[in-house]
Each structure stands twice: as C-alpha cells, then as structure tokens.
Design a protein around this ligand. Structure first.
Ligand SMILES: [Zn+2]
Length: 117
C-alpha cells in the first residue's frame, strides 16, 4: 500500500475515533446539563480521559467500534495494517476506504458472518 493511501486511511480512522468520542460527550453532557448546571468541567474531564470508566459509560456499539478503530491504528503502527487477520491476505484498498477498520478480507468476513448465523 502506498504511504499516501495509508496516511489517508489513518486520517479517516482518527476522525472516526474523534467522532465516536464526541458523540458520547454530547449525549452524556446533555443529560448532565438537564439535571445540574456547573458540571461541565467534570463532563469535559470524563470525555478527555480515555479511561476504563469512560469505556463503560458508552454503548456497546460505540465501544466495539472504538476498539476496532484503535486496533486498526495499532496495526498501522505495527505496519501490519491492510492484512486480513484470518488468512493474512490483503484486505484491499476499496474495502478499506469504505471500512478503514475492517479486520478481515471480504471472503473471511462473509465466512465469519455465515458462521455466526
Ligand atoms: Zn481473509
């Protein structure tokens, strides 16, 4: 994969990560504001700290997605990004553009989904 393409996908992942975290921040701060003013600082602290508590406070879907995004960023660091975790083949740039945090190539993904029924 070209360095420029990798850079582009990395940027997408970082944006996705920011989006996920800010979604959580928006939903949690609005519920706090509804009941109590002046707790904004606490909400800010909670959302900037990437802690276990924070992960527990977000929904399963967001948590799952955030994990995938983090795992993909980690793979970029380890230079194993773009490889299927199952068969080791290339995931393919088109698929990664649509789904930058994909773990499997299309055929392994389909096999996985069939297996899970
Ligand atoms: Zn595969």
């Amino acid at each position: 994969m070209k360095a420029a393409k990798l850079e582009e996908l990395k940027r997408k992942l970082l944006e996705k990560r920011k989006e996920l975290i800010s979604e959580v921040r928006n939903s949690s701060s609005s519920s706090i504001e509804a009941g109590n003013e002046g707790t904004q600082d606490i909400a800010d602290q909670a959302s900037s700290a990437y802690t276990k508590e924070f992960l527990l406070s977000i929904g399963d879907n967001e948590r799952r997605l955030l994990k995938l995004v983090d795992a993909a960023l980690e793979k970029i660091r380890l230079k194993t990004y773009g490889r299927c975790e199952k068969c080791g083949g290339f995931i393919g740039e088109k698929r990664l553009e649509a789904l930058p945090f994909a773990r499997f190539c299309l055929s392994c993904q389909e096999a996985e989904e069939r297996r899970q029924g």
